[in-house]
Design a protein around this ligand. Structure first.
Ligand code: S3P
Length: 422
């Protein structure tokens, strides 16, 4: 499906965006291995979350839906059922890596895979630590690629220094640690999103967190709870960006998750000169939530690298679009992880921005964008990546002439209803 985007003369309104993808996937997964029922409200509806639910149903979990509520009947750590067919996570890296951390502790053997993109993404980052915990895993090319066949067993605790700041890696090990004897210690170079830590603690697991180091003792159970899913800041980012770059705009976004490990995009946009008000801050199941007011702003280029990168990793495509319209140069470094996302996001952003007439240079670990204040409407690719499709739909709102986003259905992975809301 192609989508035609016309230049906009101003965005106005009050909106809600779908429930946070990271928190939604954790809620259904943790609810499944908890004792008792978990009741989730405002669960996200994107394709990745549906993939997680589908896999958990294959593992014998029942989900009851009632209006905005989903009730999950937790089976405890060890009572998932052997699936009768291969577990298919679709496009969801979070489902693949977190679920693997649960499968290594089960009483059965199972095989987990995903779509073409998933089958090309590096999995050694989880299979290496999980095998150090004595997990039995077999995959392609030295256990680096899906499908993985995992035979559950009793695990051993480890002390692991992850070389990548990845919440998927950290969470996979933390889940496996529940099935291990003794205390597992995990560290990462920079702090990645901490939804797993917050949700595990909320569900009764004791953690010891000291900066970027986490210790977790095996054998602890999760207790079923009520979980509210805030709006996804990574989805809100497309509307925040749109309101900033389209003249005469003012929008109000309700119930957005503002976990500090996710708000790099707000910090950077503010540094660029963005007019974003954060109001009505409150906390729901240990996750901070707020309402945001965003107005059209004059923006300047910025440099980002190092510690902030994991806090803004999913927002770099849309930040790049914004930067192309800002004054001056934007430099993004230390972001080589973008090359192993749903697609190579550095390449995808560079190709589409160049097509639209932007001045952009590709770096091995990022990109340099010299802002020009003008983009031209043209046909852009989605590269089978929801965030690329969404970012370039927003770019089209400011372009001279019409923009066509090819294969725009990829937006459904994280943001079903995006075009209608727009
Ligand atoms: C996620 C972690 C990040 C992020 C992804 C969701 C999560 O991936 O890019 O969209 O829910 O844990 P990495 O852990 O690979 O950095």
């Amino acid at each position: 499906m192609n989508k035609l985007i016309k230049r906009s003369s101003g965005l106005h309104g009050e909106i809600k965006v779908p429930g946070d993808k990271s928190i939604s996937i954790r809620s259904v997964m943790f609810g499944s291995i908890a004792e008792g029922d978990t009741i989730v409200s405002s669960l996200g509806t994107g394709g990745d979350i549906q993939s997680a639910v589908r896999c958990l149903k294959q593992l014998g979990i029942s989900f009851e839906e009632n209006n905005d509520l989903v009730k999950i009947r937790g089976k405890g750590l060890y009572e998932l059922s052997k699936p009768s067919s291969i577990l298919d996570v679709g496009n969801s890296g979070t489902t693949f890596r977190l679920l693997s951390g649960i499968l290594v502790g089960q009483k059965f053997e199972s095989t987990i895979t995903g779509d073409e993109s998933i089958q090309g993404r590096p999995m050694k980052r989880i299979t290496v630590p999980l095998k150090l915990m004595e997990a039995e895993i077999k995959g392609k090319d030295g256990d680096n690629y899906a499908p993985l066949t995992i035979k559950g067993r009793k695990l051993k605790s480890i002390k692991y220094n992850s070389l990548v700041a990845s919440a998927q890696v950290k969470s996979s090990i933390m889940l496996a640690a529940l099935y291990a004897d003794g205390i597992t210690q995990i560290s990462e170079p920079y702090k990645s999103r901490d939804h797993t830590e917050r949700m595990m603690e909320y569900m009764g697991v004791k953690l010891n967190i000291d900066g970027n180091n986490i210790s977790i003792e095996g054998g602890q159970s999760l207790q079923g709870k009520e979980i509210f899913i805030p709006g996804d800041i990574s989805s809100a980012a497309f509307f925040i960006a749109a309101a900033l770059i389209v003249n005469n705009s003012e929008i109000f976004l309700k119930n957005i998750g503002i976990n500090p490990t996710r708000t790099g995009i707000i910090d950077i946009l503010k540094k660029m000169g963005a007019n974003i008000d954060i109001t009505n801050i409150r906390e729901k199941n240990r996750e901070p939530v707020a309402d945001l007011i965003v107005k059209t702003s004059e923006l300047n280029g910025v440099e980002i690298s190092g510690e902030i990168i994991p806090r803004i990793i999913d927002e770099i495509p849309i930040l790049s679009v914004v930067s192309a319209l800002a004054s001056g140069e934007t430099i993004i470094k230390d972001a080589a992880e973008l090359r192993v996302k749903e697609t190579d996001r550095i390449k995808a952003v560079v190709m589409n921005l160049r097509k639209m007439g932007a001045d952009v240079e590709e770096l091995q670990d990022g990109l340099v964008i010299r802002g020009k204040n003008k983009l031209k409407g043209i046909e852009v690719e989605s590269f089978g990546d929801h965030r690329i499709a969404l970012a370039f739909a927003v770019a089209g709102l400011t372009a001279d002439g019409d923009t066509t986003v090819k294969d725009a259905e990829w937006t459904d992975i994280s943001f079903p209803g995006f075009f209608e809301l727009l």
